[in-house]
Design a protein around this ligand. Sequence first.
Ligand SMILES: Nc1ncnc2c1ncn2[C@@H]1O[C@H](COP(=O)(O)OP(=O)(O)OP(=O)(O)O)[C@@H](O)[C@H]1O
Ligand SMILES: [Mg+2]
Length: 393
Amino acid sequence: MGNCFGSHPATDPNPSSSTRASISTPGTSRDYSNGGGLSATTSSSAGRSRFSAAASDDTCVSGEILPTSNLKTYTFADLKNATKNFKSDMVLGVGGFGTVFKGWVDSKTLSPSKIGTGMIVAIKKLSPESTQGFAEWQSEINFLGRLSHPNLVKLFGYCWEDQELLLVYEFMQRGSLENHLFRRSVAIEPFSWDIRLKIAIGAARGLAFLHTSDKQVIYRDFKASNILLDGNYNAKISDFGLAKLGPSEGNSHVTTRVMGTYGYAAPEYVATGHLYVKSDVYGFGVVLLEILTGLRALDKNRPGGRHNLIDYAKPLLSQKRKLMSIMDARMEGQYSSKAALQTSQLTLRCLESEPKNRPSMKEVVEALEQIAAIRKPKESKSKSVVFSPSPLI
Ligand SMILES: Nc1ncnc2c1ncn2[C@@H]1O[C@H](COP(=O)(O)OP(=O)(O)OP(=O)(O)O)[C@@H](O)[C@H]1O
Ligand SMILES: [Mg+2]
């Protein structure tokens, strides 16, 4: 038997970390140098420390930073059993860290259960070939283990046994936004305008929570593959392997190695290694553009001059007629052109080259909520997707 967590990784004083410093192309993963999470900096009080935000911050929705992570530890044998020995028919997807399997646990105790009983979870297993590894796994535990919010995916537990590193998450029934936006398959129905907006609002609320929490968290890897969807299209942000604590008081940015995903990373960050809270807003703008157009941020299969979606589409966003030429045709025009134009104007603001000219994520949430209230002229109210109100703090 290995050391399946005698001590919590957050307390490990000397984690190994990768030294690669690069940006990956979408679909593959990238590097990180950040094993540190909230553990060293968040004060804990008796019980749970409620995430604090001003009373007027209700669009940032409730969330909390837990004083300790409260995660369950699993043995490798537990997770082997829960996944039929990591059988191929249990695979949910593959990413840069490794393979994600479907598994079963008891819904109350979260202990492994017989296949088919209890509830489904997603189990991410580090692949031996992965260029990501311990530091990313540790960062995930340190951040996601302590952050709780309806728009962040829940981490239930982990396993660390010899070389085996695994993470156990809540199961997100509809997989990633990336799969839905870009996979051309008859099995995947194109999203309607309302669902797209609902997803954008959910993801924006998740980022707004990170940015306004007591210890600002910069997510650093915002992209369509890291937005997961539950059965009701509620969006939840996953993968905190690259997350970083925001700048200390008086500083505008943190300086760090450049890591992330090409096409999504903010230009100031790629050029200088200066990472701002607003660098995440840029990434959000890229995803918003992907949601509008149904096109990937980077795609070498597009004709020359169109590989980079931002370069190609940005000049088309401010005029209604040009915008309509790049809106995702799979929506078959079933949206209000006023709502589309306002969303594209918001996208442009998020993509401003100067970080300080970009809106905060709180402003983005408010703007998107207002856009969601714009209906197509003839549309009856009963047809619209129900937006759950922002829970108050
Ligand atoms: N909690 C989950 N519930 C359901 N499916 C999941 C879950 N987490 C991941 N997946 C599936 O597994 C796939 C791989 O996820 P993973 O996070 O490992 O990689 P990625 O986000 O695609 O790439 P990257 O390594 O660059 O982040 C996802 O696209 C999704 O389809
Ligand atoms: Mg991911």
